[in-house]
Design a protein around this ligand. Structure first.
Ligand code: AN0
Ligand code: CP
Length: 316
């Protein structure tokens, strides 16, 4: 693996998941791969899990890490070409990416969708600029359109807990007071379909994901109907793609409740976190014994570690 920007960088998905589960059994035995190598984690947005699980994965490999919080510590970066830089942006991505790439063997970046301009977010300007100007391999820690490390951890979690070969997986929109990116939902949908699972997406009218992410998934506007027979219920809020970045509904009837979970096939509950309790899902669901949110978050270590191992092998 040269870089990890999306599912398109994965050559063999079943192998990747198998490797991650192997690593999880014995996370500390691959230290040769990271020895004398280093990684820079660049955050343009906040994080708890991505930041710490990425560092933990690196520790397991003896890979040194440095973290740059661009928002609070770095120069504000300009990504547009040919502009006169006379505003608040002090440094161009051309220099920043080249310099960081000259210090580190691997560079990982988090840059959320700004939700102002769909073309800009969906052009993946930040990831693509890093890929272009940074000589080191690049890892996506959530970009304008995707969160592949999350989707890989979700897939690892489902592989661990499924009881049938092709479980019914339901991705349900849930309300949220703020406008959130489509990234987590886009990647989850793509990765579940690539794994061959039976995916149903349910959301209010107007929240259709980009066609490329919907793929062959079933779209069901009736949430209760969608829940029938589900083996996994994955809750997530996202803002509208068609009316880009807008909140079209905050209808609390879309919250995941214990009563709705009764419609499922005793489904496991999943969410990428952070989760607003009693807005996205009620306490009884979040705290139930069918909730996988903590093991799911723990698997973020192994999704990052398997990606790092595949990239480091190519650097040897
Ligand atoms: C972010 C999002 O929805 O993209 C990060 C999720 C991992 N969520 C929030 O900002 C709450
Ligand atoms: N799930 C996830 O990416 O969490 P953080 O935003 O805390 O990194």
């Amino acid at each position: 693996m040269k870089s990890f920007l999306s599912i398109n960088d994965v050559e063999n998905l079943p192998e990747l998941v198998k490797d991650a589960l192997e690593i999880k059994k014995n996370p500390h035995v691959y230290k040769d791969l990271g020895l004398d190598k280093s990684m820079c984690l660049i955050f343009l947005n906040p994080s708890l899990r991505t930041r710490l699980s990425s560092q933990k994965a690196a520790f397991n490999l003896d890979l040194n890490t440095a973290v740059l919080d661009v928002g609070s510590q770095g120069w504000q970066l300009e990504f547009a070409d040919g502009v006169k830089m006379d505003s608040d942006k002090a440094e161009h991505i051309k220099e920043a990416a080249a310099v960081i790439g000259s210090y580190f063997d691997i560079v990982a970046i988090r840059a959320f969708a700004k939700l102002e301009n769909r073309e800009e977010d969906y052009s993946e300007q930040v990831m693509e600029s890093f890929k272009k100007y940074c000589p080191a391999p690049v890892i996506n820690m959530e970009s304008g359109t995707g969160h592949p490390l999350q989707a890989l951890a979700d897939l690892i979690t489902i592989e661990e807990h499924k009881t049938v070969e092709k479980p019914k997986v339901v991705l349900t929109w849930a309300p949220h007071p703020r406008a959130l990116p489509q990234a987590v939902a886009n990647s989850f949908s793509k990765w579940m379909q690539a794994a061959g699972f039976d995916l149903t997406i349910t959301h209010p009218q107007g929240y259709e994901l980009v066609g490329e992410a919907v793929g062959n998934a079933s779209v069901e506007y009736n949430q209760k109907k969608a829940f029938e027979g589900a083996d996994f219920v994955y809750a997530k809020n996202w803002s509208s793609y068609s009316q880009y970045g807008k909140i079209l509904s905050q209808n609390p009837d879309w919250m995941v409740t214990a009563n709705k979970m009764k419609l499922t096939n005793n489904a496991k509950f999943m969410h990428c976190l952070p989760l607003r309790r009693n807005v996205i899902a009620e306490d009884d669901v979040v705290d139930s014994e069918n909730s996988l949110i903590i093991p799911q978050a723990a698997n973020r270590i192994y999704s990052m570690q398997v990606v790092l191992q595949h990239i480091l092998k190519e650097l040897k």
